[in-house]
Write a protein that binds this ligand. Structure first.
Ligand code: FAD
Length: 622
């Protein structure tokens, strides 16, 4: 039934699996995607949305490298918003509301159009491991399929246990079976596993809601998009709506607390701190008499609606009664109740930077299996694991992104260096160089790297180079060209900035606070330059950021370069930490466990102090 031996087998067709399969195949590996249900490739298990704060940056990075998540998100978008637009550009974060069914369909179709991807629907029940190296997978029907490398992306399915009130049953997602066998085998092989939980809100019938009493939440007037390629911008959008819970809703929910698996000890594992259930919010923030709910359509045509903010595992009758007391939900009909799910994960300190496991050669883990939460976190790991699975078997250099190059670099470094005991999600605050890691420049940062490994296309590279050249030239135009005093002073007065007495370079006034590209575009010479060079909105934005934030960018770049020096000091593989007496016991244990590759990575391990690092430096110097 199968190729004699695949280059890469990807287990699981969620966000991580789909990106992993696409990346490995696009780089030239013969790839098999084995997943439990081919109908559910790219399924959004929870909210029908992509991106958001820090996550939007990740989607753009995936796109810049040549992954598919940005394209799929654009094609299936029903609303676009650039979040945090009132803050500096490092914080701008694109987000789309998506048509859940189209999102999954677009993923499936894109993968079908990707040469080198074969598909097979079945549950993988185990791995074939010979002499410390993975050589294939075993399926529940008893088939053995051979491969040079395997990427596991099992998501929430490993021994998944669903909770609704006092009821609990096995499942990887509502309506889908859990996966068995893999955890047990990996533990036998010496891996450590853990347990985490997550939850989802009820889905309801939009025809039963009264939108008149809710607050509309429209998309941006000028919607942008994720992909740097030629996907379309939205010309029409669907509104979301906002409403609130109330003290009455909270009282009704509290009535079910004694039957809540969260509070009666049935759920033992930790859930995502920043995505708490409604019962958790009421419990933890007892003084708050209302919580926001976002009412999000599940697609262009479906009447199904997602109730963002009302994640719950309370009994379904309690969910229903409480929701009926929310403004606008008085006549609500349920499509599906909310639920919580517990699942196995593998602490990610067991991985290398390539996402290959330290214990078994050519075996890679990506996505929720590594203790993360979120589609974007999963997709980016899938992409990196797919790339590195391919590179490993072709005996090429691994592909690693540094912390100053990409949020993806921050994510993976955090996971493998610090580990995580609760579901890990990305935030801008996790990146020390966020002025460098902006959504607008993801292509400038990463497309050359994606192209160099054979993933990003020539077309992508050309587009990026064009943007780079044009924005650079526009910035130097501002540096070289002088303004007319009579033309600039009315604008300066308007923004409350001191007027000038004599002409100077445009860059100087443009750099002032409150001065924007729109103000500069009122100068005749600027207008002429834009028209002559046919500059589009992307170039204008890029040039504006480079002028206005040049100081911050240069400072951060300088700090990043300093860190890079520590990154350059390699620690030899298998370094014997027990030889060094003068480091702390805790540091020695952690260093032995994590086996950092560089001094810089060692310095980020919790429990390793600056004085431990000094000792290490002296020792390595010796
Ligand atoms: P998944 O999307 O779970 O995909 C796993 C894939 O692997 C599936 O296709 C499955 O069929 C397949 N598979 C598993 N085991 C096998 C096997 N043995 N053989 C073959 N195929 C297999 N994220 C948030 O950011 N916020 C939230 O609030 C949130 N809530 C969630 C609530 C619920 C109930 C669930 C289920 C998930 C929630 N998530 C949430 C998480 C989000 O869905 C995941 O982070 C994301 O989908 C993970 O992607 P993944 O590719 O790692 O795994």
């Amino acid at each position: 039934m199968f190729e004699k031996e695949y280059d890469v087998i990807v287990v699981g067709g969620g966000h991580a699996g789909a990106e992993a399969a696409a990346a490995a195949a696009n780089m030239g590996s013969k790839t098999l995607l084995v997943t439990m249900n081919l109908q559910n490739i790219g399924q959004m298990s929870c909210n029908p949305a992509m991106g958001g704060i820090a996550k939007g940056q990740i989607v753009r990075e995936i796109d810049a490298l040549g992954g598919y998540s940005g394209i799929v998100s654009d094609r299936s978008a029903i609303q676009f918003k650039m979040l945090n637009k009132s803050k500096g550009p490092a914080m701008w974060s694109p987000r789309t509301q998506n048509d859940r069914m189209r999102f999954a369909e677009d993923w499936r179709l894109l993968l079908e159009q990707t040469p080198n991807v074969d598909f097979y629907q079945e549950m993988v029940s185990g791995l074939v491991v010979e002499s410390g190296k993975v050589t294939g997978v075993k399926t529940s029907l008893g088939l053995k399929i051979s491969a040079k490398s395997v990427v596991l992306t099992n998501g929430t399915f490993l021994n998944g246990l669903i909770h609704i009130g006092e009821k609990q049953f096995g499942g990887g997602r509502a309506g889908e079976s859990a996966a068995f066998g893999i955890t047990e085998q990996l533990v036998d092989l010496g891996f450590t596993s853990g347990r985490m939980k997550t939850g989802t809100p009820p889905r309801v019938d939009g025809r039963s809601l009264n939108y008149e009493v809710m607050i509309p939440q429209p998309g941006d007037a000028q919607p942008e998009k994720f992909s740097f390629l030629d996907t379309n911008r939205l010309t029409k959008q669907r509104d979301c709506h906002m409403t609130y819970t109330s003290p009455l809703v909270h009282d009704l929910l509290r009535e079910g607390f004694d039957r809540s698996p969260m509070f009666n000890g049935r759920i033992k594992s930790l859930g995502p701190r920043y995505c708490p259930s409604i019962e958790d919010k009421i419990n933890r923030f007892a003084d708050k008499d209302r919580h926001q709910l976002f009412v999000e359509p599940e697609g262009w045509n479906t009447v199904e609606v997602y109730v963002n903010g009302f994640s719950t595992s309370l009994p379904e009758d309690v969910q229903f009664k409480a929701l009926r007391s929310v403004v606008g939900f008085e006549n609500v009909k349920f499509f599906r109740p909310g639920y919580a799910i517990e699942y196995d994960y593998f602490p990610p300190t067991q991985l290398k930077h390539t996402l290959e496991t330290k214990l078994v050669d050519n075996l890679f883990f990506a996505g929720q299996i590594n203790g993360t939460t979120g589609y974007e976190e999963a997709a980016s790991q899938g992409l990196m694991a797919g790339i590195n699975a391919h590179l490993k078997i072709k005996e090429k250099e691994p592909f690693i992104l540094n912390r100053d190059e990409a949020y993806i670099g921050v994510l993976i470094d955090d996971l493998i260096t610090k580990g995580t005991e609760e579901p890990y999600r990305m935030f801008t605050s996790r990146a020390e160089y966020r002025t460098l890691l902006r959504q607008d420049n993801a292509d400038l940062r990463l497309t050359p790297r994606g192209y160099a490994i054979g993933l990003a296309s020539e077309k992508r590279l050309k587009k990026m180079e064009d943007k780079k050249e044009k924005s650079k030239a526009f910035v130097s135009f501002f540096k070289k060209t002088s303004f007319e005093v009579e033309e600039i002073n009315p604008i300066l007065e308007e923004v409350g900035s001191a007027v000038v007495k004599q002409s100077d370079k445009m860059f100087k006034v443009f750099s002032r606070p409150k001065m924007t590209m729109n103000h500069m575009l009122r100068l005749k010479e600027v207008q002429d330059y834009v028209a002559q060079n046919n500059l589009d909105a992307d170039i204008l934005e890029q040039a504006e950021i480079q002028v206005k934030y040049s100081g911050y960018i240069a400072k951060e770049k300088n700090n990043a370069d300093k860190l890079q020096r520590l990154e350059g000091i390699k620690i030899p593989a298998g370094f014997d930490y027990s030889k060094i007496n003068s480091i702390s016991f805790e540091a020695r244990e952690k260093l032995k466990e994590i086996q950092p590759v560089t001094i810089s990575q060692a310095s980020r391990i919790s429990g390793v102090s600056p004085s431990d690092i000094s000792v290490l430096l002296v020792h390595l110097g010796r």
